[in-house]
Write a protein that binds this ligand. Structure first.
Ligand SMILES: NC(=O)c1ccc[n+]([C@@H]2O[C@H](COP(=O)([O-])OP(=O)(O)OC[C@H]3O[C@@H](n4cnc5c(N)ncnc54)[C@H](O)[C@@H]3O)[C@@H](O)[C@H]2O)c1
Length: 301
C-alpha cells in the first residue's frame, strides 16, 4: 500500500534532476505519473525525449504506470496538452508538480532581453499555465458535485526568497512563484485543492558548478545533496494526509525542512495623516529602529 495509490500525477521537467526523483518517488508511493520533459539543456536549448523515456521505463519496469509527455509547459497549448494527457489517458488528475526550469545567470548590466524573457517564461508561465489548466479541470469537477482533492506543488528557490546577485531573471521568477502559490492557495481552497511550494537544495546539473565540492558525494555518510531527499516532501504534500497544508513555502535539503514565513513589518512609524519627505528625514531613525537592511539575509549554512 502506498500513500498515493490510485492518484494520477504530472511532474514537469521530470527527465532529470529533482523532477526525476519526484516522479520516481510518486510512482513508488502508488501514483500513475505523466513524466513531462522537453529534454532541454540547462540554458533551455535543444530537446531530447530520452531522459523522460528513461524515467518512464524505470517506473514501468518496477510495476508502476507512467507515460512520457514532451510538451513545452511554458506554452499555453503545451501545458494544456500535458493536463489533457493525464485526464484522457488515466481518467483523472490529482497531483501537479511544477518543477521544470532553466538558468541564464548574468549580472543585470550584462543580461540580454532573451535571457530575461526565456527564464521568466519557462519558470513563471511554465508554472502558471499547467496550474491554470488543472484548476479549470478541478473547478468544473467540484461544481459538478464530484469530490475533489487536487494538489499543486510549485518549485521556488532561495534565490527568489532572498534575492541572489547574478540572477535577476531567475530570482524574480522564483519570487513570483512563491507569491503565485499564495494566490492559487487562496483561489482553489474552496474546490478542495491545496497549493504549496518548495525551495530545494540538491546536486543536479543545474547546481553542480554552484555548490561544487560542498555538494560532493561522500560514500560513507548520508548524502545531504541527493535530490531524492527533496522528493520525499513532495510525496507527503501530494497525499491526502496533507489536505490541511495550504499556501506553505518550504526550504528542503538533506534531512532539513523549514516552513518559511512571508513578508512581515520589521519597522514602523504611524500617525493619522501623511508624512512629508522632510518629516520622514526626521523620522528615519524611528522607522528603521532595529532594522539593519531591507535585503533578506541568506540563511544558507
Ligand atoms: N538543484 C537545486 O539545488 C535547486 C535549487 C533551487 C531551485 N531549483 C529548481 O528545481 C527545479 C529543478 O531543477 P534541477 O536542479 O533538477 O535542474 P535540471 O536541469 O536537472 O532539470 C530541469 C528539467 O526541466 C526541463 N525543462 C526545461 N524547460 C522545460 C520546458 N519548457 N518544458 C518542460 N521541461 C522543461 C529540462 O529539460 C530538465 O530536464 C527547477 O525549477 C530549479 O529552478 C533547484
Amino acid at each position: 500500500m502506498g500513500l498515493l495509490d490510485g492518484k494520477v500525477a504530472i511532474v514537469t521537467g521530470a527527465g532529470r534532476g529533482i523532477g526525476r526523483e519526484e516522479a520516481l518517488l510518486l510512482a513508488s508511493e502508488g501514483a500513475t505519473v505523466v513524466v513531462n520533459d522537453v529534454g532541454a539543456s540547462v540554458e533551455g536549448q535543444g530537446g531530447d525525449v530520452h531522459p523522460a523515456q528513461e524515467v518512464v521505463d524505470l517506473i514501468t519496469s518496477s510495476g508502476g504506470r507512467a507515460s512520457v509527455n514532451g510538451d513545452d509547459i511554458s506554452s499555453w497549448s503545451g501545458a494544456k496538452s500535458v493536463v489533457d494527457q493525464a485526464i484522457d489517458t488515466y481518467g483523472s488528475l490529482d497531483i501537479l508538480v511544477n518543477n521544470a526550469g532553466i538558468l541564464r545567470d548574468k549580472m543585470s548590466f550584462n543580461m540580454d532581453e532573451s535571457d530575461w524573457d526565456d527564464v521568466i517564461r519557462v519558470h513563471l508561465k511554465g508554472h502558471f499555465a499547467p496550474s491554470h489548466h488543472a484548476a479549470v479541470y478541478w473547478r468544473s469537477k467540484s461544481k459538478a458535485g464530484e469530490a475533489t482533492s487536487g494538489r499543486i506543488i510549485n518549485t521556488s528557490s532561495e534565490a527568489g526568497l532572498y534575492g541572489n546577485a547574478g540572477q535577476a531573471n531567475y530570482s524574480a521568477a522564483k519570487a513570483g512563484i512563491a507569491s503565485m502559490t499564495w494566490v492559487l492557495a487562496r483561489e482553489l481552497e474552496r474546490y478542495g485543492v491545496t497549493v504549496n511550494a518548495i525551495a530545494p537544495r540538491a546536486r543536479t546539473r543545474m547546481t553542480e558548478n554552484l555548490f561544487g565540492q560542498l555538494a560532493a558525494k561522500k560514500e560513507d555518510s548520508f548524502d545531504e545533496w541527493d535530490p531524492r531527499n527533496v522528493a520525499q516532501l513532495i510525496g507527503f504534500l501530494a497525499s491526502d494526509e496533507a489536505a490541511d497544508v495550504n499556501g506553505q513555502v518550504f526550504v528542503v535539503f538533506g534531512g532539513n525542512i523549514w516552513a518559511m514565513g512571508g513578508f512581515h513589518p520589521v519597522g514602523e512609524v504611524h500617525r493619522d495623516h501623511a508624512w512629508t519627505p522632510s518629516e520622514l528625514v526626521a523620522a528615519k531613525s524611528e522607522l528603521f529602529k532595529g532594522v539593519d537592511s531591507g535585503i533578506p539575509k541568506f540563511s544558507f549554512f
